[in-house]
Unconditional design. Structure first.
Lengths: 416, 311
């Protein structure tokens, strides 16, 4: 069944044929994707424009609630804690579908899954029991992952740079607690999250060499939710500062052991990058779908645009890039689901490629629509703005390149 | 980078206490207002809102989505922990956030009362199946599965009360304890929750008729027994047991925290009688004056007799 709806002058087919890169999905994932498409058609698409134009501080709780009803906030939570127990493949498939309509909405759910990931990686049953069941209730609960800082930036993502990090949030041991002091920046969901995975450096260790992951309930005394970032794209999700004024955190809230934060973060990123690549793929697909529909309906020289050689070439390049991007992220997601720890190479390659083609496809899609592509009312310019977002979070191209080349020059026991 | 595993500096009992408090708080915050909407409806499923700010729901395990099952099991564990009926040590050692639902039978019946506005769980009681699917008389102890109350009291309950030999073990359900939210400070509201639970319980027994012919369990004579008698059941008690559970059992404190707990047995009356009692309880549930309505119900009170003494 096709659900077509009008966007300022031409109809948009919201159900497109499946691309070749995703035809071999397990049946349950295929059914899951169909359910997500219904959710997107019913709840996401009708409010994309409103959420894009809303003030940066606004969160569409009705949409979050609908997503929570679908299970989007508990996708990776194991079934024994009331979750759906989906792996990275399931998450990636869901996020591509949502991002094809609105990348910001996809990131609301994606950021929560990112905040949950350290709990899964911890293997600590008490931590899991204390935090994961809260996503199984009927009220939506958000989580966040607080790593990014104003000064330290990528020094917190590259293990070799840890010693050079400056101004990192510190954790001082105090009996059976730690005391967190400092400020995080650009933290998606921090404004509303119930808890966050917060990375802090143990006092006395240079730079970020004592980086440690803490699960921090964000209603603790001393937690301040700081100013919201007014972003160019991804406007449906809210990113803000998160400030810690002597916040006491019990020692049992440490994830993976004191000083092992970098290790947790790397594993977390390796899981997450495939899903961010899926978001970028979704952005490219969303832009392409608009362009494809437009090129079928718009006639020049007595023929639809897609029959003109130059335009046909552009459409063909776009769809090839999207298919390739999907193949890469699915491969990365499958690797992340089946290797422990998740590999660094495949997710980094997938994200590097997807982030780039999202920008290329969105720009090209806008160009084939001419002046209409430049108008807000035709929805294309939002994809262009959104396309730049994923190039920054979860690893810039520069950070990804280092991860990729490190893997290229590191000997592996695996047969190549 | 170091690779040491974190070892809490504080005494382990402090950490245990923090863990238990967090589990109680976690369960207190969870809301399940969508339970009725997400139920798979079948004949015994029951949903009622009598207009006093609460919704009653009853359904078999198999009709309740897993996350709601976990929510119910978490609610009960949190209340038991606050009553010191559940072992804090076991909860912490096993990293529990809810009772295990692994042993729940698909045909167990769960009666739940929720706040209709917030979705907060207010009360809960279960009728548990013993797992027997074959037609085995309750008097054939060696061939049937024992009910948990029989295990705790080390008794063959059905022989002790001279249960009819035609009664099959799969026709018996064990009533778990009535659990009320500790947040229910208002006595009237608490009474209404009890009434709603009793009504839901009776409704499901009626809906399952003749699938459920008898109820067993163990109760404190001054507390839960009143609930059972209120529904019109004629209850046979057994005296002289010394219930206990091993120290490693989650519910070990249940029999050390309370003074007298006795096993009981009650036959479910004819369908017409059950239906009439349900009708009267529904009348009471719709009454604005719940205390008076409960007093009115006392005319249908059942009886209590001591039917046996444990050897």
């Amino acid at each position: 069944m096709n659900h077509d709806h009008a966007v300022d002058g031409f109809s948009v087919a919201t159900r497109t044929p499946l691309f070749s890169g995703s035809d071999n999905l397990p049946e349950d994932i295929d059914l899951f994707r169909a359910a997500i498409r219904d959710f997107v058609d019913e709840h996401v698409r009708p409010r994309v424009d409103d959420n894009d134009r809303a003030p940066a501080e606004d969160m569409d709780w009705e949409l979050v609630r609908a997503g929570h009803d679908m299970g989007l906030l508990r996708l990776v939570v194991p079934t024994e804690y009331g979750g759906l127990g989906r792996g990275v493949v399931g998450v990636a498939v869901a996020l591509e579908e949502i991002a094809a309509a609105c990348a910001g909405t996809a990131l609301i759910f994606g950021a929560t899954l990112l905040g949950q990931a350290p709990l899964l990686l911890s293997g600590d049953p008490q931590l899991q029991a204390r935090f994961l069941p809260m996503f199984a209730g009927d009220e939506p609960v958000l989580a966040c992952n607080a790593i990014t800082e104003d000064a330290a930036g990528c020094d917190l993502l590259i293990p070799e740079n840890a010693v050079h990090a400056v101004g990192v949030v510190t954790a001082r041991r105090s009996g059976d607690h730690y005391v967190l002091i400092g400020r995080k920046r650009f933290i998606t969901n921090a404004r509303f999250a119930d808890f966050g995975c917060v990375y802090a450096n143990i006092e006395g260790h240079p730079g970020a060499t004592g980086l440690t992951a803490f699960m921090v309930p964000l209603d603790e005394p001393g937690v301040e939710r700081g100013p919201v970032a007014d972003k160019m794209g991804y406007r449906a999700c809210v990113g803000s500062e998160l400030i810690f004024h002597d916040v006491r955190v019990p020692a049992e809230n440490v994830v993976g052991g004191e000083g092992n934060g970098m290790l947790i973060n790397v594993q977390q990123m390796n899981m997450a990058r495939a899903t961010v690549a899926a978001i970028s793929t979704g952005v490219a697909r969303g832009a392409f779908e608009l362009a494809r529909t437009f090129c079928a309906e718009r006639e020049q020289g007595g023929a639809p645009l897609y029959q003109h050689q130059f335009t046909a070439r552009k459409l063909a390049e776009m769809t090839a890039k999207i298919d390739a991007s999907r193949l890469l992220y699915m491969h990365a997601a499958e690797s992340a689901d089946n290797q422990l720890p998740a590999p660094s190479y495949e997710p980094a390659v997938a994200k590097l490629f997807a982030d780039r083609i999202a920008i290329e496809v969105a720009q090209e899609a806008m160009s084939v629509m001419g002046a209409r592509g430049y108008l807000r009312s035709y929805a294309m310019e939002k994809f262009v703005r959104d396309s730049f977002g994923a190039r920054i979070y979860e690893g810039t191209p520069e950070v990804l390149a280092l991860a990729i080349t490190e893997a290229l020059y590191t000997e592996s026991d695996d047969d190549f | 980078m170091t690779s040491e595993r974190i070892v809490p500096a504080g005494p382990s009992d402090e950490r245990q206490a923090r863990y238990v408090q967090e589990i109680i708080e976690l369960n207190r915050r969870l809301r399940f207002g969508g339970l009725a909407r997400h139920l798979r409806r079948e004949k015994s499923a029951y949903v009622a809102d009598h207009g006093f700010g609460m919704v009653s729901v009853a359904a078999r395990t198999e009709c309740i989505p897993r996350r709601y099952q976990l929510g119910l099991a978490g609610f009960r564990l949190a209340q038991y922990l606050q009553l010191s009926y559940a072992s804090a040590q076991v909860v912490a050692e096993r990293s529990m956030f809810c009772e295990s639902i692994a042993g729940w039978h698909p045909a167990d019946l769960h009666c739940v009362v929720l706040d209709s506005e917030s979705g907060e769980l207010l009360g809960y009681v279960t009728l548990a199946h013993n797992g027997d699917n074959e037609a085995v008389s309750v008097l054939e102890e060696g061939r049937r599965s024992r009910f948990p109350c029989e295990v705790a009291h080390e008794i063959d309950l059905f022989t002790a009360v001279s249960a009819p030999s035609t009664l099959l073990s799969r026709e018996v359900r064990e009533i778990k304890r009535f659990v009320h939210s500790r947040s229910l400070g208002d006595r009237t509201r608490r009474l209404r929750v009890s009434l709603e639970l009793l009504l839901a319980l009776s409704r499901t027994i009626e809906a399952e008729y003749p699938g459920i012919r008898a109820l067993v369990g163990d109760v404190e004579p001054q507390v839960a027994l009143r609930h059972l008698v209120m529904t019109g059941l004629d209850v046979k008690m057994v005296e002289g047991t010394a219930p206990w559970l091993p120290a490693g059992d989650l519910m070990h404190p249940l029999y050390t925290a309370r003074s007298v707990v006795q096993p009981f047995f009650a036959l479910v009356p004819e369908r017409g009688v059950v239906a009439e009692r349900v009708r009267r309880m529904e009348q009471a549930a719709t009454s604005r004056r719940v205390v008076e309505a409960l007093i009115d119900l006392s005319s249908m009170r059942g009886s209590v007799e001591t039917a046996g003494v444990a050897a």
